[in-house]
Design a protein around this ligand. Structure first.
Ligand code: C5P
Length: 193
C-alpha cells in the first residue's frame, strides 16, 4: 500500500509528537525532514555539497536539536540547491511501500502534493515559544524572539515557503493537549484509509 501523511507547520507546533504517534498507530514509517536541514546546517562548510553527500550518520548527530541548529537549518533551507538535493530522498520515502508520515514545512505543497492526507499543525507563537522554553529553558523572551525569527524566515522565503496546502486539514494545537491533538490527526487519517 502506498499512503502518505504529509504534516507541515511552524516550529514547536507539535508536528513531531503528532507524526510519531500517527506513524505508530497505523504502522507507517516516519521521516522528520527537519533533521535533514539541521544536519546540513550543523555540518558547516558548503551547504549544497553537504546536502548532496548527506549520510545516515549525519542525521544521528546528537547536537541537532538545539535552538542554534534550528536557526542554522532555517538558513540553509532557504537555498534552492540544498532543497533540490534533498528532494528525491524525501519523495521516495513518501511513496515507499507500507505507508509513510513525513513532517516538515513543504511536504504537502512541494514534496508530496499527491499525499492522501495533508495536515497543517499550528499554534500561536506564544504557545509555541512557551513549549520550546519548557524544553530548552533560558530566557523566555529570547526563545519567543527566535520562534518569531524562524517563522518569518520560513514563511517569507522565495523557495518552498511554509504555508498550508489548499486541501490541508488545519489542526490548531494552541488549546489542545497532546492526546487531543493526536486523536484529531488520527481521525483524519482513519477516515481516508
Ligand atoms: O522542523 P525543524 O524545526 O526541525 O526544522 C528546522 C528548519 O528546517 C525549519 O525552520 C525550516 O527552515 C527547515 N525545514 C524546511 N523544510 C522542511 C523541514 C524543515 O525548510 N521540510
Amino acid at each position: 500500500m502506498i499512503f502518505t501523511v504529509a504534516i507541515d507547520g511552524p516550529a514547536a507546533a507539535g508536528k513531531g509528537t503528532i507524526s510519531r504517534a500517527v506513524a505508530a498507530r497505523f504502522g507507517f514509517r516516519h521521516l522528520d525532514t527537519g533533521l535533514l536541514y539541521r544536519a546540513v546546517g550543523a555540518l558547516g562548510g558548503d551547504p549544497v555539497a553537504a546536502a548532496r553527500a548527506l549520510s545516515p550518520e549525519d542525521l544521528a548527530r546528537d547536537d541537532l536539536r538545539t535552538l542554534e541548529a534550528g536557526q542554522a537549518a532555517s538558513r540553509v533551507a532557504a537555498i534552492p540547491e540544498v532543497r533540490a538535493a534533498l528532494l528525491d530522498f524525501q519523495r521516495r520515502f513518501a511513496r515507499s511501500e507500507g505507508g509513510a508520515v513525513l513532517d516538515g514545512r513543504d511536504i504537502g505543497t512541494v514534496i508530496c502534493p499527491e499525499a492522501e492526507v495533508k495536515l497543517f499543525v499550528t499554534a500561536s507563537p506564544q504557545v509555541r515559544a512557551h513549549r520550546r522554553w519548557l524544553e530548552v529553558g533560558g530566557d523566555a523572551a529570547q526563545v519567543l524572539a527566535e520562534v518569531l525569527e524562524r517563522d518569518a524566515r520560513d514563511m517569507g522565503r522565495a523557495e518552498a515557503p511554509l504555508r498550508a496546502a489548499a486541501d490541508a486539514v488545519v489542526i490548531d494545537t494552541s488549546a489542545l493537549g497532546i492526546d487531543e491533538a493526536v486523536e484529531a490527526a488520527c481521525a483524519v487519517v482513519a477516515q481516508r484509509l
